[in-house]
Design a protein around this ligand. Sequence first.
Ligand SMILES: [Mg+2]
Length: 286
Amino acid sequence: MKAVQGKPQHDRGGHHRETTSERQTPWQSIGISGMRNFISDRALSEKAALFLDVDGTMIDFAASPAEVFVPAKLIQVLDALERRLCGALALISGRTVAELDRLFRPLSLRAGGVHGAEMRYEPVPRLPTVEAARVLSANLWRSLNEMLDEFPGVFAENKRYSFAIHYRASPDLGPRLLNALRAFVVASGEDEWEIISAHFAFEIKGSGFDKGAAIEQFLARSPFTGRVPIFIGDDWTDESGFAAVARVGGTAYSVGEARPHVSGVFPDPASVREWLELAAAQMAPS
Ligand SMILES: [Mg+2]
């Protein structure tokens, strides 16, 4: 992992401890070992809250969202981390909570699903939803699918509070698809709908909920209250989350590329999984 805002490290005496190799790159490398020290500080690990995006962050992308592979080891690690953080761990995803349960079975983790439209504050098999989120209509779903007939290889996913339109199989269609979706939203006469951009996908959603708001709602509740949030995400839809943790003195990390408010970048989901495993091991009761 690499730090983006290359703050040189100073010891208490103010001596500069930056190494030659760190000076050679604009991104100061804090490395996995730096993060290990961070999380293994007992005082801090007992005060940390972990928020994790799923696709592109902890698991690798596949041809379609249904085809992703969740390593069994990751499920074990999340289970351990959740217990060692006294429950202060939540998935913050564009997927529905039901989908998250399917992926991480048998775990039933705290989660903000569909970008925070579905909030599960406690890991019980109930699915309370934020009042701000409105279910999109069946008519809209039908006309969206009719419109998408013109886009071979593109398919839509109905997440009730949002419609995700995936174009990974036809990446060249992206710009034309976005224009068509904009026209579609305008023609619908709804001024509350917005189009957000994810990894080879666009999403039509209502306004009033996003990943940042989901994280804020968790932080206002037990067992997250008073803990320092860490959020790891990978795409544009995570940026409201990065901003939310930065506002309260937490730390944001992105995957793949640097984004506003992040202090480090993991190269890929495999390195995030490796870090989560190290964190879980470091927090294991000795
Ligand atoms: Mg993602």
